[in-house]
Design a protein around this ligand. Structure first.
Ligand SMILES: Nc1nc2c(c(=O)[nH]1)N[C@H]1C(S)=C(S)[C@@H](COP(=O)(O)O)O[C@H]1N2
Ligand SMILES: [Mo]
Length: 341
């Protein structure tokens, strides 16, 4: 029991991924977690939680796979050479989407029945014109392009993903940003019936749902800030944030909020989910920075998922702004990046 308890209390970033854990050991851990029941978990579960907790609440693997469809787009060559794209099966099976469970394989296992039609995206707040768009409106309104970006999670793993979508700024300009705007807030769908992680704080890793995120207006208007509606040439699978999610490649992955229903232009800084949960660990800015360690682990290096040997992902040095300093460093002139982490 002692050994099991140790596993449970270790944060998920300390645990090697399911993919690097021999299958038998991994399944055994899941079984042990189930057998322990709720009591052993204690009252409070900190963020970026233990693998496998979701299994306590029943598994939902009988759904038929979510259907994606092809998209028309042009490849933006300026963002084509970002490294070797992470294999599709890794991109779609190693995910963080706590609404569907807190371990890496939970979203792909639990989200296949996710309903995205009808979907309504509202752009509101400090704008000339409130926009309410369904998916049809969005695809008619926006010209799609493919951009390959690096994604760096604060848990020190990374991927290279070919997204399809459009710059956030293009959409904001259609609504017309008012001159008093300072920030943009984003909100994920709240639907506990569909997203079991939203049913209780324990099931959802401690987060107060709906998941919310935010950017400064200058960050939002930067060309790199991207709204993705697809990856690998097809519409997004639910585990990656269908039907529309933010991608902010110079920031830690938790800024890249999934399954967005609301974008609100604001005149003050909005609250953000991980910052609300543990402000000393997750800042509002969350710019990738190898020199500012998370209180519990170093950010100097990262594991590139899908590269390297059979049993371990390749470890590489983490770059300032995830390598996008040329495009975004100007946004932070005069800001102390050690205290504004
Ligand atoms: N709504 C919502 N968005 C989310 C998350 C989440 O749990 N819920 N996880 C974030 C984190 S921590 C990361 S690393 C990325 C992962 O994106 P991916 O699974 O598509 O690689 O999504 C981010 N967006
Ligand atoms: Mo993350």
């Amino acid at each position: 029991m002692k050994f099991t308890k140790g596993l449970l209390q270790r944060a998920s970033w300390d645990i090697k991924d399911a993919e690097v854990t021999p299958e038998a050991v991994f399944n055994d851990r899941r079984r042990i977690v189930k057998a322990m029941g709720l009591g052993a978990l204690g009252a409070s579960i900190p963020g970026h939680v233990q693998a496998g907790i979701f299994d306590l609440f029943g598994e939902n693997k009988t759904q038929s796979p979510f259907i994606t469809s092809s998209l028309s787009f042009t490849t933006n060559q300026a963002f084509a050479g970002q490294g070797i794209a992470t294999p599709f099966n890794k991109v779609t099976s190693h995910n963080n989407f706590y609404e569907f469970g807190t371990s890496k394989q939970d979203p792909s296992e639990n989200a296949q029945g996710f309903k995205i039609d009808p979907w309504k995206l509202v752009i509101e707040g400090e704008v000339e014109q409130t926009l309410t768009l369904d998916l049809d409106d969005l695809t008619k309104l926006m010209v799609l392009e493919e951009r390959t970006y690096r994604l760096r999670c604060v848990e020190a793993w990374s991927m290279v993903i070919p997204w399809v979508g459009f710059p956030l700024a293009t959409l904001l300009k259609k609504a017309g940003v008012k001159s008093n705007a300072t920030h943009v807030a984003f909100e994920t769908l709240f639907d506990p019936e569909q997203m079991p992680g939203q049913k209780s704080r324990l099931m959802g890793g401690g987060i107060h749902y709906p998941y919310v995120e935010g950017l400064t207006i200058n960050e939002a208007m930067n060309d790199l800030s991207f709204l993705a509606v697809g990856l690998y040439g097809k519409t997004l699978p639910p585990q990656n944030g269908a039907p529309i999610r933010l991608v902010v490649p110079w920031k830690y992955g938790f800024k890249s909020i999934k399954s967005i229903v609301r974008i609100r232009v604001m005149d003050k800084q909005p609250p953000t989910s991980w910052n609300q949960l543990a402000s000393h660990e997750y800042g509002f800015y969350a710019n990738v920075n190898p020199d500012v360690d998370h209180p519990r682990w170093s950010q100097a290096t990262e594991r590139r998922i899908g590269e390297g040997g059979l049993f371990s992902a390749k470890r590489i040095n983490t770059q300032m702004f995830n390598g996008y300093g040329e495009q975004v460093a100007d946004l932070y002139q005069g800001l102390d990046l050690k205290s504004h982490f």
